[in-house]
Structures are given as C-alpha cells and as structure tokens.
Design a protein. Structure first.
Length: 755
C-alpha cells in the first residue's frame, strides 16, 4: 500500500517540477485538504484556486469558477453553433461566449499570468462547465492548447457529491457528452490528467470498519458487510437521553426541524449572535447561519479546525453550551471534562490580482465575515456533513440513498463504536456510479509515477528553458505597437513617440536570431539520451550574460516612457498599450532570472520550490527601476504637468493590502511592529476592531506583545482590582459588576496576561 507521504510527495513534485496535470483523489479522511494547503504554500508557480460553489471556494481559500472565468449560469455546448433556447433551459456556445462576455482587465491579467489552476471539490464539477473554462482560458491566453497551456490540479473524491444537471438540460447535453462528470469533458478526454490517490486513512483505524467502507466505496458490499453494520441498528434509540450523538439525515428540512425542536425543548433564555461583516461579503456565501441562536445545554459542533497551538477542537467536534452571555460562549466537552471559550473565526472573500512589480498572482481581501464557528448539532444532512469527523452519529437511512450517500454518511465516523442505525441498511440504492468506478481504474501505479516523474521533469526543465528564450510573441507585440502609430494622425500626441517605438522594436528583433540558435542548441542537448546538466548550466549562464542587458534595457525604456506619458493628458489608450508591453517585457526578464536559478537548483540536486526560484533581485526588480526613474525625473525637473494629481491620472489605485499566506494573528502582529494603531490595523486588514483585539489576546498570551503596550496604566489598575481573587471560568459575572470600567476585549487581554 502506498503511504500518504509517498502519494503526497509525488503530487508535490509533479506540481513543482513538471507541467503534467494531476487528478488528486482519496477517500474521506486521507488528507486532501492538508495537501492542498501545502501545495499553495510551497509552489513556485502563480496559482489560482477555484471551486464549483461559493462555500467550497471559501473553504478552499479561493474563488468560484463562475466569477473567475466570468461564465454565465446555464449549460455550455462545446461548438460554435447557435443553439435553440427553451423557457427553462439556456445554453451558451463558443460563439455566444465570445460575443457576449466582457472580462475585466484584472481577471484577464490573472489568467494571462496563471501557471497552475487548482480546482477543488471536482466531484461537483460538470463536464460542460470544465470545457467552458478551457475555452475561456485559451481565448484570453491566445493559446490553443488545453487551458491555454496552464497546468491543472483537480482535487476531489468522485464518490462524494455528484454534479447536478437537470433532466431537460441533459436531453440537450447528452448529444455532446457521454456523462456528466468532469472526466467526461472534451478537454479531459483529450488530455487525461495523471491519477494519484491518497490511500492512508487518518480518520478511521478500525480494520473491520475500513474494510466495510472500502467495499461500499467499490460497489463490492457483501451480505457479511450488511450484517456487520446492522448489528448497530437501534430503532428505539433515544437521542434525548443519549447526549453527544448527531443524527445524519438525507433532507434539509428534517435536520432543521430536529435542531429547532430540540432547541425549543430546552429551558432557559435564547441568546442570538450576529456576525461582524466588513467590506464585500455576499450573503449567498455566508459559511454559517447569519443568526446563531443558542441556549445553555444546546448540542453544537464546530465547523472549523482550531488554528491555535492548543487544538481544542476540529471540524465536526461536538460539545454542549455551558454558559452564554452577549460577549461570551463557553462550551463543555464531556468526554475530556474540559470547558473552553469559543473564539470567533475569520472567513475571507478574496479576489486574485497580479502584483504590478513582481508579476505574481496574489490575493486581495474584499471582505470578511467574523462569527463563532459553531452550529446546532442534534442533526445535519449527509450533504453538509462532507469533510466533517464525528465520534458518535445516528444514521437515519429510511429513505433510499443516492449513489455515494451511504459511503459519505458512514465515512464521517471514526469507528463503528460510535455508530447507531435508526433502521436497517438495505442493499437497494447504495451502489456507486459505474462511470466513476470505471474511471478509478486509471489510477497510476508507483512504478508508473516514478518513470513519469523522471520523464516529465526532464520535459519541464527543457520546455521551461526554451520558452524562456522564445521571444517571438513578445517581438510581435512590439511590432504591433510600432505599426499602431501609422493608424494615428500625424498631429496626435502618440505620433511624437513613433521613433522611440521603432528603435525598441529593432532591439528585440535583433535578439530573435541568436535566441533561435540558442533554442536549437538546447534542443540538441536535451535530445541526447543522458542530458549533461552541467553543460546545460554553463550554456544558460553564457546566454544569461549575453541577453540580460538588452532585455533589461527594454524594460527600462518602456518604464521611462510610461513615466513620461503619465504626465500628458488625453492619452489613456496609449498609456494602456505601454502597460501591456511593460507586463510582457518584464515577465520575459523575470523568467530569464528564474531560468538561471532553476538550472542552478537542478544541478545542485535540490528540490524545485518557491524558495529556490526567487531572490531579492527578482522581488525588487521593478520597484528599484521605477524608483530610479522617478528620481531622475525629479532631478531633471521634468514636469509637463499642472499638479501632482495628474501623475496619478492613469495609474490604477493600489489595493488596500495583499495577503500573504500567514496566520491572521501574525499579520496583525507585523502591522503592530510597524507602529500601526489598532484602528489602522482594522482598516488595512478589512476587519473590525473587536476582531483585532481578539488577535491581541493571543499575542499577549504568547508574550509576543506586553499588555502594557496596549492598555494605559489606569485601565490596568481597574482590571487588577477586578481580577483579584476571581476564580470563575466565565468573565460574565465580572463584566456585570465592572463592565462600566473596561470592555470585554480589555478584560480578555488582561486575563491572557495572567496565564
């Protein structure tokens, strides 16, 4: 059996050192999400994460497919026809997508700069939607290869939620597709990804249970398996007296009714909690109920993992509300006899953009949703239980299950000990989709992966290097730019710069012949049976020395021209053309610098990673040039402008902040070190002040920040008096008594300083 580390390591290496697309799958509980996070953090490639639904995108830390690729809702027919629309169905074709859908410059720039596309929860992705994505990417990137030449990582378990296609849509689509899953798409049929399966299960350790789940998954469930499961049938099981069990049911309204009724049955006061929403966070992607209604004694579960060092809870962990107040929720875990205060969680609505200086794709936070990561948990639907882990669950399987539903429901449990079946499991209706079972036969063996990795790595290095020196498209852009002056009248502002454009175009054209010769030299070296990487490295170093200066000078020239044009009125179109040239020319130079690092890494026998393919020269390449040019403009006193604001006329407004992959508390800490106030930090991070204060509780607890840096002396004295001899778990009694002297946030920070 392949261990998780082998399959995960293969996946990481295929992503970082090959261009091969990969389908990463694995049973529930094998660590797909953990590996996704690791890939995002370590890859050197410009990465975008998408998912079929808003909630799936939020959980994966990405955006929806429809928003990223500006796709309409409705079916897609993969040809240029003009299909017939009925009242209930609407189809797009290549022709209608081309005609009607305008994409913003920001999204186009992200798609042009993308190197790796990760599609999470791919089981829900329809075949026609994947073909529409492929078409949009080819169109924007002006490349007719699959996804416009971008590597794709598909992640998901096909035995979980299937795609949804209405019958009337399928009547039309079945003419074009053999089935509805992502692997039925034309693009995957023509370019099948490498199939890698994570097989080590972390959720279950009970061999009998693992065997039953595997058989259920593979349509091989036996009478013996059914008997094993039916030992746990207890139709009269009383959920009220048996605390800690969650009921898994097939229908939303049933789960909602059970939760509402159980909450109503509890004595005591109902307390309602609302989220803190900052910026743009649409209600259709709210990750939890907007109004969280609780009473003391309510059974709840956590919907996220505890990100703190303490790891008090995980996604799906159950507990009971011990005490409530407007600003505090305490949850008790009976089995561990432990009580914790629930901290709020931050969800971010992001969009992708390209950093103007590094040309790297980064995230921009549009809005945040901060709420308690808990929900009522007497019942939940099988659908919503995906990704959760339960110690105890009662399965209400009286309705016929859809393919895969029985598997999803049972695989939520850690072991058979926590299982209760409210009615016997029957054989009918629990078989999995045969298409999925057939597709799973494509799984790659270890020996195949090893050989493929060796071959694909050699290909990747070869292609990376030759593409680095292939400047035909870049030269064509310069030519197009040069010719565009002829279309303007001679008296236009732009025409004054025609000589400059001609001169730069000649520079790039003079590089084409030597670069072509160098590419054929590389092809020869890589065409040999054993590639002498040291020799390749020497040739790359020589080519780097030869080509860098003229290519670098072109970046300087176009940046200088942009700085000049910023100061002229009514030339917005000219300015935009220069920006496109600058993006392409800069990318070519940064690629040259990365190619040198790539071959050095490979020759040294090290792993290709984000860390290895970057340097301070690459990071500061554009900013140092821009700064030097702006200083020269000041020294030369070049001012064709009426006031400073004119310089900003064409430049895009900078986004508030680009969010690197750090913990949310770490980001707050770094801004605090920069001497930003709590108000400033809240504004920069698109969060409320209360959320920032909750970060300071953690920073004070870990002694990264001293409480005296945050609170004034008189406040500290009031808190010291209030806390003297105070022994209760909850701060509620203290706040009722002293709440006029200090806030909940201040009390929490002071309490953290005492630990």
């Amino acid at each position: 059996m392949q261990t998780i580390s082998e399959a995960a390591a293969y996946t990481l290496r295929f992503i970082n050192q090959t261009h091969r697309s990969v389908f990463l799958t694995g049973k529930a509980g094998t660590g797909k999400t953990t590996l996704l996070r690791e890939i995002i953090q370590t890859t050197h490639k410009n990465t975008v994460v998408v998912a079929p639904t808003g909630i799936a995108a939020l959980n994966a830390g990405g955006v929806t497919i429809h928003s990223m690729f500006q796709l309409p809702f409705g079916g897609f027919i993969p040809d240029n026809s003009s299909p017939q629309f009925s009242e209930s169905t609407k189809f797009e074709t290549k022709a209608t997508l081309r005609r009607h859908f305008k994409m913003s410059g920001l999204k186009k720039s992200v798609i042009r700069n993308m190197e790796l596309l990760i599609i999470d929860e791919v089981s829900m992705l329809r075949a026609d939607l994947l073909d529409a994505m492929d078409y949009m990417m080819q169109t924007v990137r002006k490349k007719s290869t699959a996804f416009g030449g971008v590597q794709v990582l598909y992640i998901g378990d096909l035995l979980q939620l299937p795609p949804v296609i209405r019958d009337e849509e399928w009547r039309t689509l079945k003419t074009y597709y053999k089935g509805k899953f992502f692997f039925h798409s034309h693009v995957v049929q023509q370019h099948p990804p490498l199939y890698i399966e994570l097989s080590k299960i972390f959720r279950q350790t009970d061999d009998t249970f693992i065997s039953v789940l595997n058989n259920l998954r593979n349509n091989q469930i036996s009478q013996q398996d059914i008997q094993t499961l039916n030992q746990y049938v207890k139709p009269d099981f009383d959920l009220k007296t048996n605390k800690g069990y969650i009921t898994l049911t097939t229908h939303n309204n049933k789960a909602d009714t059970m939760n509402a009724q159980a909450l109503e049955d509890l004595e005591g006061k109902l307390v309602v909690y609302k989220p803190e929403i900052t910026g743009d966070f649409p209600d259709k992607i709210f990750p939890v109920e907007q109004q969280l209604q609780l009473k003391v004694g309510a059974q709840i579960m956590f919907v996220k993992n505890d990100l703190s060092f303490d790891k008090h809870y995980f996604n799906g962990k159950m507990g009971v509300i011990k005490s409530l107040s407007s600003q505090e929720i305490l949850v008790h875990f009976a089995e561990e006899n432990k009580t914790i205060e629930v901290e709020k969680y931050e969800w971010q609505n992001i969009r992708y953009k390209v950093d103007e200086t590094t040309k790297e794709i980064e995230e921009e936070v549009l809005g945040t949703f901060v709420h308690y990561p808990i929900k009522l948990a007497w019942a939940i639907t099988v659908h919503k239980s995906q990704g959760l882990t339960f110690d105890k669950a009662a399965l209400d399987v009286s309705q016929v299950f859809l393919p895969g539903q029985a598997y999803v429901a049972l695989s939520r449990l850690r072991s058979l000990e926590g299982l209760i079946l409210l009615s016997p499991l029957r054989m009918n209706g629990i078989s999995n989709d045969q298409d999925v079972m057939d597709y799973s036969l494509n799984k790659a063996s270890d020996s195949f992966l090893e050989n493929a990795l060796h071959f694909e790595t050699k290909n990747f290095i070869h292609n990376y290097l030759i593409n680095t020196f292939d400047w035909n498209d870049l030269a064509q852009e310069w030519r197009n730019h040069k010719f565009s002056y002829n279309e303007k009248s001679e008296i236009s502002e732009k025409s004054k710069h025609a000589v400059w454009a001609k001169k730069q175009t000649e520079v790039i054209e003079q590089l084409l012949d030597p670069s072509k010769k160098f590419i054929s030299q590389l092809n020869k070296l890589f065409g040999q049976e054993t590639v002498d990487l040291n020799h390749v490295s020497e040739r790359i170093q020589a080519a780097f020395s030869y080509f860098l200066k003229p290519m670098d000078d072109l970046v300087f020239e176009v940046l200088w021209k942009i700085e000049e044009v910023k100061r002229i009125k009514k030339v917005k179109a000219f300015y935009d053309e220069l920006i496109v040239l600058e993006e392409l020319q800069t990318k070519a130079v940064l690629r040259l610098m990365k190619a040198k690092l790539l071959i050095e890494t490979v020759v040294a026998g090290e792993t290709i990673s984000k860390e290895k393919l970057t340097s301070s020269d690459i990071k500061n390449y554009i900013s140092s040039k821009t700064e030097a040019i702006q200083n020269q403009f000041k020294e030369l006193n070049i001012t064709l402008i009426e006031d400073d604001r004119d310089v900003e006329r064409y430049t895009a407004k900078k986004s508030k902040t680009a969010v690197p992959k750090k913990s949310t508390v770490q980001e707050t800490y770094e801004l605090w070190v920069e001497k930003k106030s709590i108000e400033d930090i809240a504004t920069i991070r698109v969060l409320t002040k209360q959320t920032i204060y909750s970060h300071f509780v953690k920073l004070i607890q870990t002694k990264a920040v001293s409480i005296s840096e945050v609170l004034p002396e008189d406040k500290m004295q009031d808190l010291a008096t209030a806390f003297a001899g105070y022994k209760e778990e909850s701060l509620n009694t203290m706040m009722e008594k002293h709440g006029h002297k200090f806030s909940w946030e201040e009390a929490r920070m002071y309490k953290a300083s005492l630990n």
